[in-house]
Design a protein around this ligand. Structure first.
Ligand SMILES: Cc1cc2ncn([C@H]3O[C@H](COP(=O)(O)O)[C@@H](O)[C@H]3O)c2cc1C
Ligand SMILES: O=C(O)c1cccnc1
Length: 360
């Protein structure tokens, strides 16, 4: 077995029996059929993932924030200096970022993983050093990563997922930090969906019209120089790995691996925003079944995110015009996913509660 096959293997299809049982259980609960809307689908998916009805409560949750820098930063696609990536890693480790506040709110643990920050970072509690490179190369000039670097970051993400589940977590949440990573995200989304860069490239942390036009041009150049300009990436893991390495970031590769790891462990993975959406497209190219274990935490204001979610067939749980990343939107969705599962454990049936069913 090749390293790639090993990494993408071991993901079981959703358990159709447990899903059928979950659907019929939902229909016996003391509520009109279908009245919990999308949350009923979430509960059924959770049963399919775990192979059990009722599904286990998806708690405690673990947020993993993968951090990396981007050679394309040199092209002026973001107003923020590159060193903010390293500074925010220190901020996460100190507990001072929005992701930390939201994690505290929902009771999630926070693990920060340096997979590609372009600086040596002082060690800190909760910070794992898994540096693959000091940032990527400029994706508008050639491949951002070698295939080996992309594979190493994938393996790292997968391992972190496995370790977090082994430590008792029952839900994984994706997080990212990497100045300029909305440019790499747009390039990945355009590559995997075949969409025009102008439709999927957003303003990231906030740029003016002229910089936005320039950012779209940079994404176009990235696709052309890497041979990804003509339609969507073909199916199959080799093509997916090549595209991920060509225009992705080290944190995208690690998040894709994290998704594969969560799926292999049969644990739900709540995706955050546009960076996670782009990484999930790569994970889907590597192992389509992995997406069965993903829930879209929210829909970000970045235009490419909706494109990615549509291609993945995922419906976002929260839509608050967030455009931060870090895992913030994924964290906010966690209580909703828990509520969907809790209904299956705690709500009485018409029989058990002696409630009359509807007449016709
Ligand atoms: C202080 C600060 C905190 C952040 N937390 C997440 N991001 C988000 O913004 C960055 C991507 O946007 P762009 O492509 O426009 O650079 C990523 O680091 C992402 O995680 C942040 C950005 C900043 C500046
Ligand atoms: O959609 C996101 O997650 C996002 C948007 C802008 C900047 N960083 C992240």
């Amino acid at each position: 077995m090749t390293v790639l096959e090993e990494m993408i293997g071991g993901i079981r299809p959703l358990d159709q029996g447990a899903m059928a049982e979950a659907r019929s259980h939902q229909d016996r609960l003391t509520k009109p059929r279908g009245s919990l809307g999308v949350l009923e689908d979430v509960a059924v998916r959770l049963a399919g993932m775990a192979g059990a009805c009722p599904p286990p409560l998806p708690a405690p949750a673990a947020l993993a924030i993968f951090a990396g820098d981007h050679g394309v930063h040199a092209r002026g696609v973001t107003p923020w200096p590159q060193e903010v990536t390293a500074q925010m890693v220190a901020n996460f480790a100190a507990g001072g970022a929005v992701a930390n506040a939201f994690a505290n709110q929902v009771g999630a643990s926070v693990t920060v993983v340096d997979v590609g920050v372009a600086a040596d970072l002082p060690s800190a509690p909760g910070l794992l050093s898994r540096k693959v490179a000091y940032g990527t190369a400029d994706l508008s000039q050639g491949p951002a990563m070698t295939l080996e670097q992309a594979a190493q970051a994938l393996a790292t993400g997968r391992e972190i997922a496995r370790d977090l589940v082994a430590a008792g977590h029952r839900c994984l949440i994706t997080g990212d930090m990497g100045i300029a990573n909305t440019t790499a995200s747009a390039a990945l989304i355009a590559a995997f969906t075949g969409e025009d860069p102008a439709r999927v490239t957003g303003r990231g942390t906030g740029i003016d019209d002229a910089t936005h036009r320039h950012k779209i041009d940079v994404v176009r150049q990235a696709l052309e120089v890497n041979g990804l300009g003509a339609g969507a990436v073909p199916e199959g893991p080799e093509a997916a790995l090549r595209a991920l390495a060509a225009v992705g970031g080290l944190e995208h590769a690690a998040i894709a691996g994290f998704i594969l790891g969560g799926a292999a462990a049969r644990v739900p993975v709540i995706l955050d925003g546009v960076i996670a959406g782009a990484a999930a497209l790569a994970a889907a190219g590597l192992a389509p079944r992995a997406i069965d274990y993903c829930l879209a935490g929210h829909r970000s204001a970045e235009p490419g995110h909706a494109t990615a979610l549509a291609a993945l067939g995922l419906r976002p749980l929260v839509d608050l015009e967030l455009r931060l990343g870090e895992g913030t939107g994924g964290l906010l969705a966690h209580p909703l996913v828990c509520a969907a599962a809790r209904v299956m454990h705690e709500v009485a049936t018409f029989d058990s509660a002696g409630v009359s069913e509807k007449n016709s």
